[in-house]
Design a protein around this ligand. Structure first.
Ligand code: ADP
Length: 633
């Protein structure tokens, strides 16, 4: 116990535990696995950072959020804790140093992205280590009932047992009772070790005031002007809306900025930093804004568009009032937003022809093969994320297993000159390098090599070439860059009935789509509810609030009806016109329907059709109606 307090106060410089922290840490120290469900900002990280220092082996932290990972590792290092992270930004030299730290036991916490755990070579290294604990951040991704199911998370449970980890700590800010149960089942966590702190935030006043799209700008403006100028976030669905609304507010003289994933990195950093430093800034943002926004005095959150799920809503409003002071959360959107949101779910579902094509391609591969998700994505016109999901489903079915990823292309630049580098080696080696370089293509600065082709041409082992390049880089004779990542796979069980497999996969994607649609409906049902909004919201997360909150718009006696849904009828003239243009990327009815509903696909993006005037022209018509119209000759 004393050691615990000592670490808390001396290492982490904190006085006391926050609610839930000690219960979680006690379970872990007793050798049991645990699930921590605390709201964002509730202090989940300490639950593994502190015990990690008391275990003999290393603690593996799996987190999908690279930006957060970097912040945490930097912070731990400042506190003098030996922590490291493995992500794509780590270079060869740093990697060696991390491996040394792991082997000699000096690194106590290692942060990794889940993708990294698909790498067989890395896993082989991990197997040699003593892993005291695996902390799984965003653990709700394990559950297909959750709002952000990631099939690669399902592999983590298996991995924890393969790696023989001492205990698992699953962490999340949003888990319905059903999701929590699934997390516990996956990682064998006892019900008593599911520690949940309250979702109820007494300082947040929730208001639901739906407005038709045409009136929303004015409603937002009025809401912003009714309060003193304070830090506020306005959430929207589309990047384009973020720009429009920010522009509108600026024209009204308000200090508003847009933030979305389509902005240049510098611009995004600038907006975020200004917001973090300022007091009166308004950010109009897509959900890209939020990770790592830990600002205590955000006074208001406006939902200009509907959130995708109640889990998303909870997370988004959870950014308000972290300092405990009264803050407002206003929903200005209504069910007229549903069509656009639903269309995004449909856009993620691959069609049967693409799925069948992909699976046929896989069935035709040899025992050992490799693929580029980017290439397949273009070939079958399926989004990269969907291909990765499909591959994970196939891994879970035992059809394939991922091996190490590798690069197909190396670009090198000589620090002095090619001749100078060669002259530093004896005859044999000089001759080898000469021949390797000769297989490449020399540009103005970079010599591009393809080790696979070079190995075949020179009849040598590919690894020998890679070793030589690595040596030259290490000696500072060349600068080396890699490109064209390919993921290696091994066929475990070649599908005997590809059609049946395709049908099963199609069903999985369909179920997923239905769940997304259902989650949207739950948001509307909640907003249309007949009781206290806080009570209804926390009860969705399995918590009971004995009394109405007394400060939501329902408790205050305001009643706003949800807007009726807009169901625009697809305009057949537009369909005919685009069809007559004969774009190869819009050849099938589904491709055409996606395009008209504003859902990008790899082929259409490559053909730059996102700028076509008809792109997204039927965005507020239901996808199914547009598809049906496109299927008519
Ligand atoms: P979460 O992961 O749950 O969103 P974090 O672990 O990032 O939350 O913690 C949020 C903030 O709370 C951090 O700034 C952290 O330093 C602080 N914090 C965590 N535990 C305590 C504690 N026991 N006392 C005071 N501050 C704490």
């Amino acid at each position: 116990m004393q050691a615990l307090q000592q670490h808390l106060q001396q290492t982490f410089q904190l006085q006391t535990f926050r609610p839930g922290q000690q219960a979680v840490i006690d379970a872990l120290l007793a050798g049991r696995s645990a699930l921590a469900v605390f709201p964002t900002g509730g202090g989940k990280s300490l639950c593994y950072q502190l015990p990690a220092l008391m275990f003999s082996g290393v603690t593996l932290v799996v987190s999908p959020l690279i930006a957060l990972m970097k912040d945490q590792v930097d912070q731990l290092q400042r506190l003098g804790v030996a922590a490291a992270r493995l992500d794509s930004s780590v270079d060869a030299e740093q990697l060696q140093e991390i491996y040394r730290g792991l082997d000699d036991g000096t690194i106590k916490l290692l942060y990794v992205a889940p993708e990294r755990l698909a790498n067989e070579r890395f896993l082989a290294r991990l197997k040699r280590l003593s892993i005291s604990m695996m902390a799984v951040d965003e653990a709700h991704c394990v559950s297909e009932w959750g709002h952000n199911f990631r099939p690669d998370y399902l592999k983590l449970a298996q991995l924890a047992s393969d790696l023989n980890v001492g205990r698992v700590l699953a962490l999340t800010a949003t888990a319905t009772p059903q999701v929590a149960e699934q997390i516990c089942d996956s990682f064998s966590i006892a019900r008593e070790d599911h520690v949940q702190t309250g979702f109820f935030r007494p300082n947040l006043a929730l208001s639901i005031r739906p407005h038709d799209v045409s009136e929303r700008d004015q409603a937002l403006l009025a809401a912003l002007q009714s309060r003193p100028l304070e830090s506020s976030i306005v959430y929207v669905t589309l990047q384009k809306t973020a720009e429009q609304v920010a522009g509108f507010l600026q024209a009204q003289g308000l200090p508003a900025q847009a933030y979305h994933a389509g902005l240049k990195d510098e611009e995004r950093h600038r907006v975020q930093e200004n917001f973090m430093a300022g007091q009166g800034d308004i950010v109009v943002a897509t959900i890209a804004f939020g990770m790592g926004i830990d600002k205590a005095d955000i006074r208001a959150i406006y939902h200009y568009n509907l959130p995708k799920s109640l889990e998303n809503y909870m997370q988004e409003i959870g950014r308000a009032g972290r300092d405990g002071e009264p803050s407002e959360c206003v929903l200005l959107a209504g069910s007229d937003d549903l069509t656009v949101l639903e269309n995004f779910s449909y856009g993620d579902t691959p069609d049967s022809a693409s799925l069948a094509g992909l699976i046929d391609w896989l069935v035709g591969q040899p025992e050992q093969f490799d693929l580029s998700v980017h290439e397949l994505s273009g070939q079958f016109d399926v989004r990269p994320l969907v291909i990765n999901t499909l591959l994970t489903y196939l891994e879970l079915e035992g059809v394939v297993r991922a091996t190490a990823p590798f690069y197909t292309e190396y670009k090198l630049a000589f620090r002095t000159s090619r001749d100078d580098v060669i002259s530093q080696f004896n005859d044999d080696r000089a001759d080898f390098l000469q021949r390797v370089f000769a297989t490449g293509k020399q540009g103005r600065i970079w010599l591009t090599l393809k080790p696979i082709d070079a190995a075949a041409e020179l009849q040598v082992d590919r690894l020998r070439i890679l070793k030589a390049l690595g040596y030259l880089e290490q000696q500072g004779m060349i600068e080396l860059r890699v490109a064209g990542v390919r993921q290696g796979y091994r066929m475990l069980q070649r599908p005997q009935e590809p059609q049946a497999l395709t049908a099963r996969m199609e069903e999985q994607f369909r179920v997923r789509e239905q769940r997304d649609i259902q989650r949207l409906q739950q948001v509307c049902d909640w907003a249309e509810g007949k009781g206290c909004y806080q009570q209804a919201l926390v009860s969705y997360f399995g918590e009971r609030l004995p009394e109405p909150c007394g400060q939501c718009s329902h408790c205050k006696g305001e009643h706003w009806p949800m807007m009726a849904r807009h169901r625009r009828v697809p305009d057949t003239a537009v369909i005919q016109a685009v069809r007559q243009e004969g774009h190869g990327a819009l050849a099938t009815p589904r491709q055409l329907a996606r395009f008209l509903c504003g859902i990008s696909s790899p082929r259409a993006s490559r053909a730059r059709l996102g700028r076509h005037p008809a792109f997204a022209s039927l965005i507020d018509a239901p996808f199914a109606d547009v598809l049906a119209a496109c299927e008519k000759p």
